[in-house]
Design a protein around this ligand. Sequence first.
Ligand code: CTP
Length: 380
Amino acid sequence: DISQAAADTGIPAFLVGGIVRDLFLNHPNDDIDIVVEGNGILFLEHLYQQFGGDIKTHEQFATGTWRHPSGQMIDVTSARLEYYSHPASLPDVEKSTLKEDLYRRDFTINSMALSLNNQYFGRLVDPFNGQNDLRRKRIKVLHNLSFIDDPTRILRAVRFEMRFNFQMDRQTETLVLHSIGRIKDLSRDRLNGQMKRLLNEGSPSKIILRLFELNFWKQLGINEHSQKKSVTHSEKLEDVYRQYEGLQAGWFIYFIIPFYHSDVLYTAKQYAVTKKSKKLIQDIYTLSDNTEWKSISNVGMMHSYLKDISEEAVLFIISSENVHNEKAIMTYLKRRKNMPSLLTGEDLIKQGLTPSPEFKKIIMNLDAAVLNEEIQTKDD
Ligand code: CTP
């Protein structure tokens, strides 16, 4: 359909970016990005009229999205618009416009295009030799200012290293080390967004280590001497999560590890957006302030210390140090998760009792008995 639209409108169209890279890598990718050398809005309207579906356009950027009748989303952007003022010099300008669009991109492997134009259908446009870097498993920027233009690309580079098991070439790594200070210019939301995508991409301990090598953590006020502890901690946490069924680690728990080992966990609060991540930091402080819970082996008794603490926070601490009652703690967390609430304060009031501090004790003792499996619940 895209080809047909290109032929009908006389607007050349190309498949670009991540999907081209992934086609060559045989990697799944559903994000179809098209660049047209001409008016993207006209192109989208034509697609809609000829083939149906639905379109959304952003006039000021001359971009938009076409929802193909099959449901597939297709993003269309326009290469340089100057094109319109020089229709006479078409062939040359045509080439240079796509090339200029590709030149504004991050890495050579992401700067390839496939022609969708009838006569040249399937022809590769690869002005920066992305093919070669795909073969050599290299992440390589197109020019020296790439990370200055957009510091999130530093984290993208690490993400692609992890995802494909590629490596930055020497020049790119040197540029990262030179521009890493720009990380501080990123807004919290942009940094969080990139860290989330990165830490969800591969082994968090490997990512944390790589970011130490690139002096990333230093920009966030973290001491480089915390590297070893942070990496060991994150390795153990990965292990603990692997054993702990039914709980998926969020990115944030790994993100705060270097802060914790640099004694600047309080500064990580500024990156905590969700309730869950705020509570995680708070709970880690609570667990560090009162350490009695680490010497209790009775699962029921543990409840009085840990009942309001999230399981994430407990897993965080037990993977950072050798806690001798680790087994009991894991048993506690598992039983707590499945524990029915047998009795609440309200139940006692309904029984005609007057609210008193004794309530808490009664409930706590009952919960402890359930956790120690002294009481069989109906579910059992
Ligand atoms: N791009 C860029 N600089 C950025 C972000 C994106 O040059 N900071 C370009 C790259 O050419 C990239 C394309 O925009 O291939 C699409 O971006 P995005 O969808 O974020 O990345 P993908 O490469 O498709 O990666 P993913 O598979 O993770 O979606």
